[in-house]
Design a protein around this ligand. Structure first.
Ligand code: IMP
Ligand code: MG
Length: 181
């Protein structure tokens, strides 16, 4: 595997990500009823995860996306979440599963969850690929499916960016300090 020159260490490999997604998809396929599941991903970071997860889920389902932004060109959350896009499909009488790249402070998930709640789905749960283990979360949210628990460090790849870069990496990695300075 060739590593991007800006990456210091690979935290989760491409193989580990794909293996975990296969596991999560099997579990989701067992837990939900065919035809009643809507995956809602959070732009832009969640789309890689959504695309891979959706293709591994064996029951009928649909998907949609919401737009939410919290990070500017920095490695810490700006604190306010801006919603840039709502869902288009009717989720009443459907079970919504939010698909997010990472649960960091919890602010984004809270804002997105509030937005989806306005559409009155039958149920609403969260699936995130990464769960950042912080001493204190700003918002505590129950997460139904977690891919990996990671330390409280800034990571990129597989949808996650730094200044809109590195989303295309197939693995999750840590940037070299020289990239920030
Ligand atoms: P929260 O609102 O603080 O939970 O942050 C969630 C959003 O911030 C995610 O959807 C990511 O876009 C971004 N984010 C949080 N941690 C990281 C990271 O380590 N790398 C890249 N983006 C991150
Ligand atoms: Mg994001």
């Amino acid at each position: 595997m060739s590593i991007h020159p800006d990456i210091k260490t690979v935290l989760i490999t491409k193989e580990q990500i794909q293996e975990k997604i296969t596991e999560l998809a099997a579990q989701i396929s067992r837990d939900y009823k065919s035809g009643e599941l809507v995956l809602v991903s959070v732009l832009k970071g969640g789309v890689m995860f959504l695309a891979d997860l959706s293709r591994k889920i064996t029951i009928d389902h649909s998907y949609d996306m919401v737009g939410a932004m919290s990070y500017g060109k920095s490695t810490t959350s700006s604190g306010n979440v801006i919603i840039t896009k709502d869902i288009d499909i009717d989720v009443s009488n459907q079970d919504v599963l939010l698909i997010e790249d990472i649960y960091d402070s919890g602010r984004t998930l809270q804002a997105v969850k509030d937005l989806i709640s306005l559409h009155s789905p039958r149920s609403l749960a969260i699936c995130c690929l990464l769960y950042k283990q912080k001493a204190k979360k700003v918002v505590n949210m129950p997460i139904k499916y977690v891919g990996f628990y990671i330390p409280d460090i800034f990571v990129v790849g597989y949808g996650l960016d730094y200044a809109e870069k590195y989303r295309n990496l197939e693995y999750i990695g840590v940037l070299k300090e020289s990239v920030y300075s």
